[in-house]
Design a protein around this ligand. Sequence first.
Ligand SMILES: CC(C)(COP(=O)(O)OP(=O)(O)OC[C@H]1O[C@@H](n2cnc3c(N)ncnc32)[C@H](O)[C@@H]1OP(=O)(O)O)[C@@H](O)C(=O)NCCC(=O)NCCS
Length: 182
Amino acid sequence: MLNPFIIGKRIYLRSPEPADEEIIALSENHPDPRETLYYALPSNIRIHKERIEAKQRDPHTVFFTIATINPDQPIGCTSLVRIDWVGRMATFYIAIARKKDWDHGFGREATRLMVDYAFATLNLNRVQLHVSTENVRAVKAYEKEGFLIEGTLRQAMFHENHYSDFYLMAILREDWEKGRKP
Ligand SMILES: CC(C)(COP(=O)(O)OP(=O)(O)OC[C@H]1O[C@@H](n2cnc3c(N)ncnc32)[C@H](O)[C@@H]1OP(=O)(O)O)[C@@H](O)C(=O)NCCC(=O)NCCS
């Protein structure tokens, strides 16, 4: 494992290394992840290198590469952004770049590791996210890891020639404490 920070059962999380720029760029550019992530503009690897460095310097962001342990290889990225250190709240993001890596439980494990990290390490109180109502795989993964749907943002984004509704989902520290503390 290269510079692991959080080690799970089948994946680990690390601060992005230069070797990860390609998979992170892929997760925002390839048509497969863009089907549910809705990025409308292209971004090359040089831009991602700059963005990664900016995120690593930003005190309101924690950004990780997701890598499988065996084989040891990067598969995507996950982050807590807009961290409010007074309100103790953050917004969660995750992207696994290649379709072949979906539906193997990696997204759920990464979500669980990030939620545990948010509450047990960063002492946050609320982790929220926005997800297209059409992204059933993601909604199910989040629900299974303790997030609740709190509301619907109507026609929140435009994608593939139609407006999509988005769910606002969140997990509170008290939900997590009732469920599964590490
Ligand atoms: C969304 C994402 C992170 C989920 O990660 P993943 O590794 O593919 O998902 P997991 O295998 O961990 O969990 C998905 C769960 O949803 C279930 N699921 C998948 N498709 C489903 C469907 N159509 N209906 C019902 N349940 C479904 C799976 O069975 C699984 O539940 P299980 O563990 O009980 O079997 C990943 O697919 C991804 O990065 N996609 C592209 C980018 C993206 O959409 N990011 C999220 C933006 S909010």
